[in-house]
Design a protein around this ligand. Structure first.
Ligand code: SER
Length: 316
């Protein structure tokens, strides 16, 4: 029987992953934790826990006899640039506690997300291979590279079954992202529906890898459901891709639904610099070969689904 802990269950990913895990494994078997009150993670056991507090994490893990952890706590790229010391502390200390507790309690499996932010200006811009140069110039990216190496180290040294994917920018309608560089990909939908206009903080040709949240949740669960750990050959983090777009291309897609939608762009230096340091497209053939990863949503399907769900949400 799986006893699952989701750390950061009220964040952008946790809000959608936690209910899905509860559907699969049963409400009582999925414990949600966050600093925030439970709103989106669904009904089931919930604990307020500061993930940087090792003793508090240990208490929850022992109380619920946890054998699997999804550790989602982070500060996204722009938020991490505004507060690099906090970002390092929150991301790295919480990950280290989870990995140590997983070894101590002989846990079955750990999931931790990396990001396209692990790449940097010296990484190829297109079809980034699985193994490539990782020299990010953001604190978020630094925590992702350090985290990837730490996960691999715990696998090699302690045989801990820790698994990871590099999420692209995630597009979702349920919970808005906060403090990221790819957040515009969600904000544009809200503003298009509400005001038929949006002023983007990136140039209209800034192309970045993106993914619909349903696919990010599916990738996470598919990877974690692979029974034979030998199939998981990458122990840093798997490249993951669906589609890439620029603000101009997303606006064109939205105009299929709102023909008079107007996009303007007023680039903001901090986030533009971050976007410029990231690649345009990703090669995810290792994930496809090792654990049969395949996204369900293309750009058009994602836009149609976002419009449908957000129109419903905003008119409610
Ligand atoms: N969505 C993240 C960000 O923009 C990238 O993984 O920070």
């Amino acid at each position: 029987m799986k006893r699952i802990l989701v750390v950061g269950a009220e964040g952008q990913v946790g809000s959608e992953l936690t209910p899905k895990l509860r559907e699969i494994y049963g409400e009582e078997n999925v414990v949600a934790t966050d600093l925030k009150d439970p709103v989106n993670s669904g009904s089931g056991p919930f604990e307020h826990v500061d993930a940087t507090d090792a003793e508090a994490m240990k208490r929850v893990i022992e109380k619920y006899h946890i054998d699997t952890v999804y550790h989602l706590v982070t500060l996204l790229s722009a938020a991490a640039e505004a507060n690099p010391n906090k970002a390092w502390h929150v991301c790295m200390s919480s990950l280290k506690h989870v990995l140590d507790l997983a070894v101590e309690k002989n846990m079955e499996r750990v999931f931790w997300p990396s990001s396209i932010a692990a790449f940097g200006p010296t990484t190829p811009k297109d079809t980034v291979p699985q193994s490539t140069v990782l020299e990010p110039t953001t604190m978020y990216g630094v925590t992702k590279v350090a985290g990837e190496l730490l996960c691999q180290y715990y696998n090699v040294k302690y045989n801990l079954d820790v698994r990871s994917v590099r999420y692209p920018g995630l597009i979702s309608w349920k919970v808005e992202p906060d403090g990221g560089t790819t957040d515009y990909g969600v904000q544009m939908f809200y503003e298009a529906i509400r005001h038929k206009e949006y002023d983007c903080y990136l140039t209209d040709d800034s192309t970045l890898p993106m993914m619909y949240m349903d696919d990010a949740v599916k990738a996470t669960i598919d990877l974690m459901q692979v029974e034979d750990p030998v199939r998981i050959k990458v122990r840093t983090s798997y490249n993951l891709a669906s589609f890439s777009f620029s603000p101009k291309e997303l606006a064109e897609e939205i105009r299929r639904h709102i023909p008079d939608f107007v996009l303007t762009c007023t680039p903001e230096a901090r986030r533009q610099k971050i976007a410029n340091s990231w690649p345009r497209t990703i090669d995810d053939s290792a994930a496809r070969a090792d654990w049969d990863w395949k996204p369900a949503f293309g750009l058009t399907e994602m836009v149609d689904e976002m419009m449908k769900q957000l129109r419903k949400k905003l008119s409610a």
